[in-house]
Design a protein around this ligand. Structure first.
Ligand code: PMV
Length: 313
């Protein structure tokens, strides 16, 4: 049996603006999706998290598994093989919440499947195939989700170009991720933002330019380790996301609760309208955090450098 794991991501800056070619910064964090593959007569994908088990070349495959069919076609065409497999996919990443669950899952699947067919899973190949499969779910993905799940680390991303940032995350720094519990579709929110852009191009293009400047400034501050300025930039970024219509009452509630608990910055992460909000703390009172967010799912995450990799059994 072959098992591969890929990390989740938190978009620190620049989501949505990245879809139109502006830069974004995201970091891989220590929550994982994992795929384990063994030989079979059929082509089975079993998702533990979604409670689904299907033959992916069958006629009744649910839409949430279509990206697996696409990924399997890409790998099997490359291998020139029809060897059957049973893939079990499991994940601790919340679904449809802005932490890249679908990208991490598909990246782990492709990495494991390439190995199953005898390839050494080159990261650039895994990333390219995952991007193709992600198009099935997202329509017009920027590629940032699959890139972070593949390579890990804290990445500055622009139009498919990646730069690994040398960030010395202080030990005392905590990233708290709070799930609003509101599930949403990235594809439709991205579409709505693009429609808003078309309706008001001269206003929106200025917001996009500000977002670009903000991300470039954030890159400098991250590398310098100026986390106070970084917090201010996180808050400004939240304001821009609100301006383009992707915040919500639930999100703002969490954003302000995190700030009142002492977060140096807090904003939504991912497509918005629901999903997750993150806050950065230099001095976190965990007991108070637990109390304030007792009705929410909260993750205390750590940025990590490693991307997709085999899990040694
Ligand atoms: O919510 P997520 O994890 O799917 O993140 C989407 C990020 C967007 O910038 C909104 C879309 C994209 O493809 O970059």
């Amino acid at each position: 049996m072959i098992c591969s794991r890929a990390p989740a991501k938190v978009i620190l800056f620049g989501e949505h603006f990245v879809v139109k070619g502006k830069p974004a910064i995201a970091t891989a964090v220590d929550l994982y999706a994992e795929t384990c593959i063994e030989e079979s007569e059929d082509y089975i994908v079993e998702s533990k998290q979604l409670g689904l088990k299907f033959s992916i070349f069958g006629t009744s495959i649910p839409p949430s598994l279509l990206q697996f069919r696409k990924a399997a076609e890409l790998v099997m065409n490359l291998a020139g093989s029809t060897r059957g497999f049973h893939a079990v996919v499991d994940s601790e990443i919340p679904v449809a919440a802005g932490m890249g669950s679908s990208a991490s899952t598909i990246v782990s699947f492709i990495h494991a499947l390439l190995s199953f067919y005898g390839f050494k899973p080159e990261l650039s190949l895994v990333n390219k195939m995952a991007f193709e499969a992600e198009k099935i779910v997202h329509g017009k993905p920027s590629g940032i989700d699959n890139t972070v799940a593949t390579y890990g680390g804290t990445l500055y991303y622009k139009k498919g170009q990646i730069e690994r940032l040398d960030v010395k995350w202080p030990r005392s720094l905590s990233i708290v991720v709070v799930d609003t519990g509101v599930k949403r579709s990235t594809k439709s929110i991205v579409r709505e933002v693009l429609d808003l852009y078309e309706a008001h191009p001269s206003i929106m293009s200025k917001l996009y330019d500000v977002a670009e400047e903000l991300v470039n400034e954030a890159r400098r501050r991250l590398v310098e380790g100026d986390f106070t300025s970084l917090g201010q930039l996180i808050n400004i970024n939240q304001g821009l996301l609100s301006a383009i219509g992707v915040s919500s009452r639930e999100i703002e509630e969490i954003v302000y609760r995190l700030r009142s608990l002492g977060a140096i910055g807090s904003k939504l992460s991912g497509a918005g309208r629901g999903g997750v909000v993150y806050g950065v703390f230099t001095d976190l009172n965990k007991d108070l955090l637990k109390k304030v967010f007792r009705n929410y799912t909260v993750y205390l995450v750590k940025p990590i450098n490693e991307g997709v990799h085999h899990r040694i059994l």
